[in-house]
Design a protein around this ligand. Structure first.
Ligand code: NAD
Length: 296
């Protein structure tokens, strides 16, 4: 079992760290938030005084930070954890960030004699708690092989997406497709409502017809047909619209840089930005159906 440093004990990081401890690893954590560190120690983890301290005297460092700027601040430069850790430490960054930042940080890790992978995840807080997350990993074969057993303590599906940055590329492509798909399903259910067709009937038909997809079949944005979906609890997330908007903005930046045409991705970004403007960014992303209904 390994000694693991964990940086970023938020909604995702804390349950992930708990699963590492359940698997027998020794976890030393750090977060800027006092209560997050206290929650880790209450469950048997140790607390470090800084990110750099959490990265020393461990074999593996896992991070789950909000955005690229936090990842750069924690990892890079003379005060960063790449410099603080012993050579040969393995770094696994699970944050959803842009491909260029992931490649840049992994390159610096290599220059400092450290192994690193980008390993964004999907499955939400539920998956983080249950230990069933999906990880999309970018990096060299050796680093992936070393990261796999650590990731297995926190997730069910572990994919090697390709070289450095490929995990982040897979994550933003997946979420751009999901955002577009969700808005399409919301438009369908909203139109049905206006035409006097019940949501339950449309679900019965479309969940077995050509429009079927995860957003419709498993996460229906209209209340009723799928009891577990956020639509049945006032769109409490789930996956907050703010996080979807963040991922879409990363995808649009990537599309511009790569010269890829993503007209529906751009439209989806605008639509989720309207949800944010309406003060609803903390609601589940399937709540975008309310925007279409004119309820925001
Ligand atoms: P969060 O905001 O709940 O947690 C992030 C934590 O990082 C916070 O506790 C914050 O205090 C800490 N932090 C920020 N800067 C720090 C620093 N310099 N040093 C130490 N700690 C610092 O976010 P989250 O929901 O746990 O998400 C983490 C990452 O996972 C994000 O990139 C997010 O996009 C991604 N993600 C989230 C979900 C989800 O459903 N929440 C799903 C998949 C992926």
């Amino acid at each position: 079992m390994a000694k693991i440093g964990f940086i970023g004990l938020g909604n995702m990081g804390l349950p992930m760290a708990r699963n590492l401890m359940k698997a027998g690893h020794r976890v030393t954590g750090f977060d800027l938030a006092e209560d997050a560190c206290a929650a880790l120690t209450a469950d048997g983890g140790s607390r470090a005084g800084s990110a750099a301290a959490a990265a020393t005297a461990v074999e593996v460092v896992v991070s789950a930070l909000p955005a690229a700027r936090h990842v750069r601040a924690v990892y890079q430069g003379s005060g960063g954890i790449l410099a603080a850790a012993a050579p040969g430490t393995l770094f696994i960054d699970c944050s959803t960030i842009d491909v260029d930042t992931a490649r840049d940080v992994i390159a610096e890790a290599g220059e400092r004699g450290q192994a690193m992978v980008d390993s964004p995840m999907s499955g939400g807080v539920g998956g983080a708690t249950a230990g069933t997350l999906t990880f999309m990993v970018g990096g060299g074969e050796d680093a992936f092989a070393a990261a796999r057993p650590v990731l297995e303590a926190m997730g069910g599906n572990i994919f090697h997406a390709g070289a450095a940055g490929a995990g982040c590329a897979a994550k933003i492509c997946n979420n751009m497709m999901l955002a577009i798909q969700m808005i399409a399903v919301c438009e369908g259910f909203n139109l049905a409502e206006r035409l006097g067709l019940e949501a339950a009937k449309l679900y019965e038909i479309s969940s077995t017809a050509t429009a079927r997809c995860w957003s419709l079949n498993d996460y229906c944005p209209a209340p009723g047909p799928v009891p577990a979906s956020p639509a049945n609890r006032d769109y409490e997330p789930g996956f907050a619209a703010a996080l979807m908007l963040k991922d879409l903005r990363i995808a649009m930046q990537a599309a511009q840089g790569a010269g890829a045409h993503t007209p529906l991705g751009a439209q989806a970004t605008q639509i989720y930005a309207l949800m944010e403007l309406a003060g609803q960014a903390d609601r589940d992303f399937s709540g975008v159906i309310r925007l279409l209904r004119g309820e925001m």
